[in-house]
Design a protein around this ligand. Structure first.
Ligand SMILES: [Zn+2]
Length: 599
């Protein structure tokens, strides 16, 4: 996304206005909050002197000493009465993309807020920037505040607000295109009185919580979605919420856990018009459970007891696994791949539908890297409808398969794994599974062993190159001592930097974990194939005596391109001295054989 860097616009000047003495007033059910009446923020004007608006300055950073006082805030002459408000945010900035990663909050009660960016609607260049929303409050609002969301400053993203108009309103219905935030009281029996059926689409429900609990929501067709709300790992009491998608108008919200909330927050995300995706073709079939593939293994030796070989935890006689994957498909992926490969890694690169790396995927593959998907667009899947989430996962796999001519099985969640519920459960994980991926990496971190990877579609890493370097360094000595440990470094090559010195720093860092003789360095897909083979390949002793054991290996049909890459290491029973596989003698190394289904 192109963003506006206000710092670089030469026609602007910045002025810090003292807050106007005169507070905004509610007149005839309407209050107009002018830029100059705000506290905090920075007033921007064009050189001509005309107002651009008030924008957030660095004083709104979370760690700023007086963050509470410094955010842009308006204090009406008297608190605004509870009830419905229709809001319009205007900017004198003309059109095009700007980041509006901010929320507008009515301060009082649970501070219901709407997020501007997540309700983003593209404005043509030259058009006025304008954002509309609906807010319902249960207690009077003493202030109206603009709060930054996320990492606003690093990218210079901001949006000058010239005016906010709030109008008392009594809607009788709202539409799927409306950005809505509501605070509503919860009755003693847990029921929340909704004013009217609420629009379909992506919602959040939550409230101030001291304990975990459950909330049930129901659409007009009577399908119920049960939402579990948990405290964070520090069990800190604060406002928590759970996302869901409702296909029919929302008619009922019931708090199932006694005393969970006294009032509930409901936030609706307006649907953003999505680009049409036109990727033709069919996804590759990776497995066919209807077709069995059988291979025969003959074990020869002395004093054999008719035992079958077994799968070790890690193939090729290795003790543990090192994985690395890189998101977003930027031009710097190639240099990143060259360095990683030079040090013995087998990196996986995860691309979007508009990634520059689409143009040099063949070079990445030639280096031994794997190409995977980061979804068609970088939108968090949990903010899409279940159908869109599936389409974004499927289309990107198809696009890559069309160009590469072989199956694509690895994925990384854009913006991290953000589960959201529909009436059948978490539709984000379901979309990734239904699109046919075998392994998917989240933004979650943990030190783990192979057994901890119980759901390969929710893989965790140890840390992110850059911010996670300390964590990775601390984990490495523990990892080298761990049997079947999984050391996973994730990153973005665009974060490495532009200067040679930065790349040298990167190379020095990754070299620390490279070429460990006890470690296996597969791509994500090869790792997934190994997990699959260990769980799926059946080993059956057909016949045996003291000198020979015949073992049948059976698995479902696997796409030949994958079968070629599927590790198949077996540990041999005691006494085995030689092995034939599909009629040919193969080498025995340290009591194991490394088989291949293909050749
Ligand atoms: Zn990404």
């Amino acid at each position: 996304m192109r963003t506006l860097s206000l710092k670089l616009l030469p026609v602007l000047t910045c002025l810090l206005f003292p807050a106007k003495a005169e507070a905004p007033k509610l007149i005839d059910g309407q209050i107009v909050l002018e830029a100059e009446q705000s506290s905090g923020g920075k007033i921007l004007t064009y050189k001509s002197g005309s107002l651009l608006g008030v924008t957030l300055d660095r004083s709104c950073e979370v760690n700023f000493e007086k963050a509470r006082d410094a955010c842009i805030e308006w204090t009406p002459e008297t608190p605004l009465p509870a009830g419905w408000w229709h809001g319009v945010v205007e900017s004198n900035f003309k059109g095009g993309y700007v980041n509006r990663d901010i929320s507008i909050k009515m301060m009082g009660g649970l501070n219901p807020s709407v997020f501007v960016a997540s309700n983003y609607i593209y404005v043509e260049k030259g058009e006025d920037q304008r954002f509309e929303f609906w807010i319902h409050t249960t207690v009077p609002s003493e202030h109206i505040r603009i709060d930054p969301k996320g990492d606003l400053w690093r990218w210079n993203k901001t949006w000058p607000v010239s005016r906010i108009t709030l109008t008392q309103a009594s809607p009788t219905e709202l539409a799927a295109k409306d950005a809505i935030a509501m605070e509503l009281p919860v009755a003693d029996d847990g029921e929340v009185a909704l004013p009217f059926p609420l629009p379909i689409g992506n919602w959040f429900v939550g409230g101030y919580m001291r304990k975990p609990g459950e909330v049930e929501v129901e659409g007009s067709e009577g399908k119920v979605i049960l939402l579990s709300l948990r405290l964070d790992r520090w069990r800190k009491p604060r406002v928590y919420s759970a996302p869901f998608y409702i296909r029919t108008p929302l008619e009922r919200v019931t708090v199932k856990t006694q005393g969970l909330f006294s009032s509930v927050l409901l936030r609706h995300k307006a649907g953003r018009a999505l680009k049409d995706i036109n990727v033709e073709g069919e996804l590759a079939v990776t497995v066919d459970p209807e077709r069995s593939i059988i291979g025969t293994l003959e074990l020869h030796g002395e004093n054999l007891k008719g035992e079958a070989p077994s799968f070790p935890r890690v193939p090729f006689g290795k003790k543990n696994v090192v994985l690395t994957s890189w998101d977003d498909g930027k031009p710097s992926d190639l240099r990143c791949a060259q360095i990683l490969v030079k040090h013995g890694y087998r990196p996986t690169f995860l691309l979007n539908g508009n990634s520059p790396a689409l143009e040099f995927m063949d070079q990445l593959e030639a280096l031994g890297a794997e190409i995977g998907s980061h979804a068609y667009s970088h939108t968090a899947l949990g903010t899409l409808s279940p159908e869109q989430a599936l389409e974004y996962c499927t289309s990107m796999r198809l696009l890559l398969e069309n160009r590469l001519g072989h199956p694509v099985i690895s994925f990384a969640y854009p913006n991290g794994y953000s589960p959201s519920q529909d009436e059948e459960g978490d539709y984000v994980l379901r979309a990734v599974r239904d699109a046919g991926y075998w392994v998917a990496r989240t933004q979650l971190t943990r030190e783990q062993t192979i057994e901890d990877v119980d759901e390969p579609l929710l893989m965790r890493s140890i840390g992110l190159w850059g911010s996670g370097n300390k964590m990775l360094n601390a984990a490495w000595p523990r990892f080298v001592e761990t049997d079947a440990g999984v050391f996973y470094l994730k990153g973005h090559s665009w974060q490495i930097g532009k200067s040679d010195a930065q790349w040298e720093k990167f190379e020095k860092f990754v070299a620390q974990f490279a070429n460990n003789p006890a470690s296996w360095y597969p791509t994500n897909g090869e790792f997934a194939l190994w997990l699959w083979a260990r769980n799926t390949v059946a080993l059956k002793v057909e016949k045996g005596d003291a000198h020979a054991t015949t073992v049948k290996l059976e698995r479902p049909w696997l796409h030949p391109w994958l079968a070629e890459r599927c590790p198949l290491t077996l540990e041999l029973p005691d006494g085995v001295t030689s092995v034939t596989w599909k009629g040919r003698e193969i080498p025995v190394t340290d009591g194991r054989v490394d088989l291949s289904w293909v050749n």
